[in-house]
Design a protein around this ligand. Sequence first.
Ligand SMILES: Nc1ncnc2c1ncn2[C@@H]1O[C@H](COP(=O)(O)OP(=O)(O)OP(=O)(O)O)[C@@H](O)[C@H]1O
Ligand SMILES: [Mg+2]
Length: 335
Amino acid sequence: MTQKDIAVQVRGLVKHFGETRALDGVDLDVREGTVLGVLGPNGAGKTTLVRVLSTLIRPDAGTARVAGYDVLSQPRALRRVIGLTGQYASVDEKLSGRENLYMIGRLLDLSRKNARHRADEMLERFSLTDAAGRPAGQYSGGMRRRLDLAASMIGRPAVLYLDEPTTGLDPRTRNEVWGEVQRMVAEGSTVLLTTQYMEEAEQLAHELTVVDRGRVIAGGRVDELKAKVGGRTLQIRPADPAELPRMAEAVARAGLDGIAGATPDEAEGVVNVPIVSDMQLTAVLGMLAERGFLIAGISTHLPSLDEVFLAVTGQKASSAPAPHDRTDALQEAAA
Ligand SMILES: Nc1ncnc2c1ncn2[C@@H]1O[C@H](COP(=O)(O)OP(=O)(O)OP(=O)(O)O)[C@@H](O)[C@H]1O
Ligand SMILES: [Mg+2]
């Protein structure tokens, strides 16, 4: 991979807030024209990362380049090529939705005509046309979020940061946002997206980075991560659903190497067997055939991203926040 293909390059990034190591040596790359999903529990450092990459705060150590610009030495140039939707809405409450977008377009050096045109286009895309003339202060939470997203996309940024873009949105609006993100990527943007929703990561991200306590603890393509956690579920469908309990028991008691158990799922009409190898798969099916079970279908499933997340973040001995983190969380909640 050449340097040129990398839109966002982060090496050894460190950021402290007092005792808290919000970023503790983060490395990551986002390839041009792709979406990197950054997953992590509360307080993992996701927003801090986005803020460093947006030049809103300075790192204590490490380097970060965005579209070739260095966050520390070229902040102005860098800001011109990025779009940001922060975790908390940042629209001007006194201005209407249309005025907010127009103003941002003008700040980005669009002509009056282009700024107007682009504002209307984004209002339309985010279903805000009807509310366009109302002050943003009167918008619902979901409407503000959509206005914020529209604002971050108005200048067709080369690199777009979305910090939990769909938290608090209803399912229909969430789908709308996903569609717009995909459209931006199709038009050539690179996206760094933080999210708590595994479904969102599955939908949008080409690659994932899991962070916890300021460190990258796992990364790769979605299927790679799933494979890394290890294990699949073998689902066996007996021709006769009445055979389910007997089949499950046969698998569980056969004493096959590494097969610890089997669970009948009456609703789905299958027996679920956790396996880790093709050899086990073959052994289970061979044993069932030998014992005269008639099998109507089989399939194997990788773990869900939820299971992956639990596996990689849950392996930390204490997942409870450290005392100072808890204070921060309380302060945040009180704010
Ligand atoms: N301005 C600040 N001052 C002090 N501590 C901070 C500040 N910003 C972040 N932190 C702390 O840094 C750590 C990382 O916070 P950050 O907001 O980056 O997490 P996050 O992954 O975005 O979490 P969430 O999922 O809750 O949004 C937390 O312990 C947080 O309390
Ligand atoms: Mg955050």
